[in-house]
Write a protein that binds this ligand. Sequence first.
Ligand SMILES: [Zn+2]
Length: 87
Amino acid sequence: MTRAACACGHEFEVRDDLAGGITNCPRCGKAVEVEGLRDPAWRLLQVVAAAGWASATAAAYVAWGVAGAAAVAMGLAAVLWLVSRAL
Ligand SMILES: [Zn+2]
C-alpha cells in the first residue's frame, strides 16, 4: 500500500498501482496526487527527460537567446507531457 495525503489534511492508503497517479480523497472527494512512481525504469526515464530538457533549453539559450530558450522549453515540455500521458 502507498500513502497519500490530501490538502484537507486527511491521510490514507491507496493501492500500489495508483502510485504516481491520482486518486480521490475518501473524506472530501478532491483529486489527490499519490506519491511514488510506478517503477524504477519510469523514474530513470523521467530523470533522463528532465536532464535532456534542461540541456536542450540551455543550448537554445546559447544559440538563440531568451526567446529561443523559452520556445524550446515550452515545446519540449509539451512533448514530454504528451509522452507522459501516453505511458
Ligand atoms: Zn481530502
